[in-house]
Design a protein around this ligand. Structure first.
Ligand code: FES
Ligand code: FES
Length: 186
């Protein structure tokens, strides 16, 4: 075992890891951050996507050793005390999710895109999400969600967190878009 230090969702974190351990395993099993999913575990589905120094990466294909001293952002890091992040709100309002298993990965890939581009074209959105697979939605509403998130980003240059209006029907979607329902947790 070896100890590494890193930033996870803005907090300095020290964690003991095995040399061959994936970032996905560390996030889920050692830090309890199960919003980051483990689907294929072989770099083929995108459900494990997180941001590493602002870029989207597959956490299943990233050795924990590689992230020492670096900045990791997971789905749990988007929401704050004011409510859902705008990108999460966009997925809820546009219906960009059904079962929700793939959703944290899509949200993080889209978030990485919008960090670098305020007004991506549909082609750029599709390219950014090409590494993410959804078995439920058919992708149309996911694309619409990212376009809506881009609009929110442009409206507010600070891209501040929005307070979610919690209707009873939105609650289950909120659980899925934040993974508070712990979907796929072992
Ligand atoms: S679990 Fe990482 S790409 Fe599928
Ligand atoms: S919403 Fe079910 S896999 Fe995408």
């Amino acid at each position: 075992m070896e100890q590494i230090s890193l930033s996870v969702n803005g907090r300095s974190t020290a964690v003991e890891i095995e040399p061959n351990e994936s970032l996905n395993h560390v996030l889920r099993e050692r830090l309890g951050l199960t919003g980051t999913k483990r689907g294929c575990d072989t770099g083929g589905c995108g459900s494990c996507t997180v941001l590493l120094d602002g870029k989207a990466v597959y956490s299943c294909m990233t050795y924990a050793m590689q992230v020492a001293g670096r900045d990791v952002l997971t789905i749990e890091g988007l929401q704050d005390e004011a409510g859902l992040a705008p990108i999460q709100r966009a997925f809820v309002e546009k219906g960009g999710l059904q079962c929700g298993f793939c959703t944290p990965g899509f949200v993080m890939s889209a978030y990485a895109l919008l960090l670098s581009k305020s007004n991506p074209s549909e082609g750029e959105i599709k390219d950014a999400l090409a590494g993410n697979i959804c078995r439920c939605t058919g992708y149309v509403k996911i694309i619409e969600s990212v376009k809506a998130a881009a609009e929110l980003r442009r409206e507010d240059s600070r891209w501040t967190r929005a307070i979610e209006h919690r209707s009873s029907t939105a609650l289950s979607k909120i659980e899925r878009v934040t993974d508070s329902a712990k979907l796929g947790a072992p």
